[in-house]
Design a protein. Structure first.
Length: 403
């Protein structure tokens, strides 16, 4: 008897697990180009264009406040989807990546603060090394192919999603200043209208996107960072679910998510990398390159992330709060824990918020992010390439050793 079984659609991010390397390569090229231009005869033009005004904001602000709001919109859509119908839909699935993400935020922050103790002006950057760059991390995993079990890729995806949510909350609560109650009230009213659209079952995207633009403008004026509007909008976009159709691939959330994933990964994030990775090394001394901020960020990413993610994962498994990812050895878990120290996009973004209008501190942050992320990528890939694989059972039931 023929059964009409509807195949559950894969999320855009899950599809990208197998092809994330492309977006990661474009981001690497864009960031490298920005770094080269910032230290070339074209540096004056490079920085001049970024500081030139287009309407009420200069180009760099348009990139960081407007384009990145679209990036945060995609992050919010994926978080909502995974919470409702994905890897984070049940508490049993949230425990391990949730604890690992918590450890991966606490340990880097403590390392950064340890390097910057007694330096009050530098301590605002404590959150810089707490975020994992999901595009870069999944890109490295994609390049490693079958050396990394699928369960570990899913684990890292869920961890990075929770990590992103934590970064959004940090930005909202710790990097907002000079709040305007009037504009906050206006943003609240627009958000209430968006929620009403959802409640009344409106499935067309244009009303949400139109009100989303208004919401962005209100949040921009409110003192809360404008990118938060992208996340708030994402959580109002409907994901049609019912017992008969638990995951409707024609729902507004799916349509918008799949429309955004390629522009964000291949255009918006590389533009951000190009504009923000450019740091001029002219005039920087050895002390600047090894400053407490630089070391705190670099070692927070490289050491803090692997310590926090691996330790909290190991403790959770030892206490039987969760199971180790299927077919993964502890060596492989350590390898992906190191990869979580790739903090490029979100770390740079938080650094710009923490040290706005402080060029020397911004330069030190960028050097630390680039150094810590590069070291984490190389070391994590090396550990995973050399890690012993989980033994596979033979037909007789006896395991055979694997690399």
């Amino acid at each position: 008897m023929e059964q009409a079984v509807k195949r559950r659609p894969r999320s855009a991010l899950r599809e990208f697990i197998g092809g994330e390397a492309g977006g990661g390569v474009v981001l690497i090229i864009a960031a490298a180009l920005g770094l080269v231009l910032a230290n070339s005869p074209a540096a004056e033009t490079y920085f001049g264009v970024l500081k030139s005004y287009v309407g009420p904001l200069h180009v760099l602000h348009w990139i960081n406040d407007a384009l990145m709001a679209v990036f945060f919109l995609l992050v919010g859509l994926e978080v909502k989807r995974e919470l409702l119908d994905g890897q984070l839909s049940r508490w049993s699935r949230r425990i391990l990546p949730g604890l690992a993400a918590a450890g991966g935020m606490v340990a880097p922050a403590l390392i950064y603060l340890a390097f910057n103790r007694g330096l009050p002006e530098a301590q605002a950057g404590w959150a810089i090394p707490t975020a994992t760059d999901i595009a870069f991390t999944l890109g490295v995993l994609a390049l490693l192919g079958s050396r990394v079990p699928v369960s570990l890729k899913i684990f890292v995806t869920a961890l990075a999603i929770i990590d992103d949510l934590g970064a959004v909350l940090i930005i909202a609560f710790f990097y907002s200043a000079n709040l305007s109650l009037t504009w906050l009230a206006a943003a609240g009213a627009v958000l209430a209208a968006l929620i009403a659209l959802n409640r009344f079952g409106v499935r067309r995207l244009w009303p949400y996107l139109g009100l989303g633009l208004v919401l962005w403008g209100c949040v921009l004026q409110s003192g809360v960072h404008a990118t938060i509007a992208g996340v708030a909008l994402a959580f109002t976009i409907p994901l049609a679910r019912s017992p008969a159709r638990p995951d409707d691939d024609h729902s507004p959330l799916h349509r918008l998510e799949h429309a955004l994933v390629r522009p964000v990964n291949f255009l918006i994030v590389p533009i951000f990398g190009f504009a923000n990775a450019g740091v001029s090394l002219a005039g920087l001394s050895g002390d600047d390159l090894l400053s407490p901020i630089t070391l705190g960020v670099a070692l927070g990413l490289f050491l803090g992330k692997q310590i926090g993610v691996f330790l909290f994962t190991w403790v959770a498994v030892r206490l039987r709060l969760a199971d180790r990812p299927e077919d993964a050895t502890w060596g492989q878990v350590w390898g992906v824990s190191i990869l979580c120290g790739i903090g490029f996009t979100m770390s740079l973004f938080i650094g710009l918020l923490a040290f706005a209008n402080q060029p020397l501190f911004e330069a030190e942050v960028k050097i630390g992010v680039l150094g810590g992320s590069l070291l984490s990528a190389l070391m994590g890939a090396a550990v995973l390439a050399l890690a012993r694989r989980e033994p596979k059972p033979t037909p007789s039931g006896q395991p055979i050793s694997g690399r």
